[in-house]
Design a protein around this ligand. Sequence first.
Ligand code: FES
Length: 447
Amino acid sequence: MPPRRTRKLANPITITFEGKPLEAEAGSSVAAALVGAGDLALARSSKFHRPRGPHCMRGGCDGCLVRIDGVPNVMACNTTAREGMRVERQNVVGVGDVDLLRATDWFFKKGINHHELLTGVPGVQKVMVSFARRISGLGELPDEPRAPRDAIGQRSVDVLVVGGGPAGLAAARGTARRGLSTLLLDEQPEPGGCLRSFPPGARASFEATDGGVDVDTLLASLVAQTRAAGAELLPRATALGVLEGFDWLIEVEGQGLLRVNARAHVLATGAHDPSPDFAGNEIPGVMSARAAGRLLREGVLLGEQVLVAGAGPYASAFAEAAAAERARVSVMALADVVEVHGLSTVTGATVLTPLGREQRIDCDAVVVEAPPAPSFELASEAGAEIVHSSAGFSPRMAEDGRIARKGGARPLFAIGEGTGASLSPAGFSAAAERLADAIARELSGGR
Ligand code: FES
């Protein structure tokens, strides 16, 4: 069964998808609007146009790239649906949902290794390579040249916090409480970060001793405390990078570019959902538990027969919420998934039974939770020394959260999952106090 909406639209607006009108919830992401209308195969791979679907719902994969109002390669998961918006698929050799290259799915059922494709037949391989080069890429040029983005101003603050999840909120609360002017920015329409990846009403256990926490209450209290401390929260704002002089260039959705000069910087950029390492992990309908939870929060259920693979707070919260929506849910260890089947949608999976035998089961969606990988890219751009550990790549960091950085005098700190730490709101709160003390000391000249 295709995905479905779990509730009626409260404030419907109309967008078009492939020329057809489609109702969406005002303020929801374009991806939630399209998936809620039953469409999962939103994108195509750049070389052989194999169907791709949203995997992360947080701007970290390429499964939701579409053309919006004539602009290619827009992430549907990070774009808010607006009345009259024109959404189209891209990378299609054919029309709409019919891509002639789908024929490759039948010719090469086990996938394509394009490095070795037809290498034994020199003439044919040459033709194939030139064909692949012609059709590969990501969409077509925009309908019109993009107008320069408006500069909407320049801000100076004591502390800039990038990322509005539990770690970023705690850090902003800590520095604001110490009397430092603090600006926190986040890409999403509302702060909360990974806590917004839990379905509404979820309870989750973050520490061995917490016995289960109501996530919405935790989220509301963190946001309220941060605001009450005096920090300014700027939503739909993406840190594009660091400029000369260590100012940050920020894009505020629908407004333009903002330049922020801060005396100290805190990166709370969270973590990415890794791709699971089973065959068929790229089939639309295979999604991270965080993404599936975020979709449920936007009122969209991924499937009616869902295989939930992996242990962790997101997977269990999703499994419980999906079952409450009357989906048939099977839960198993990630290592027991051998292969997922399907072409543009999931049709089943081969899994290991408790006796170690392979068995094919029916399912129309696969939701996975694997250990996340720190999102270290901004830290690297800001000049941090990046190290590798069992958690992945992350910035080298001192006990107080300070990041070692080549050159420059502006203090740079990091906190949360982006440093390789596990999700722990209480742990992040304690780390935020240490970090805020260190920043306050630094900015007062060490007094
Ligand atoms: S980037 Fe949009 S779903 Fe991953």
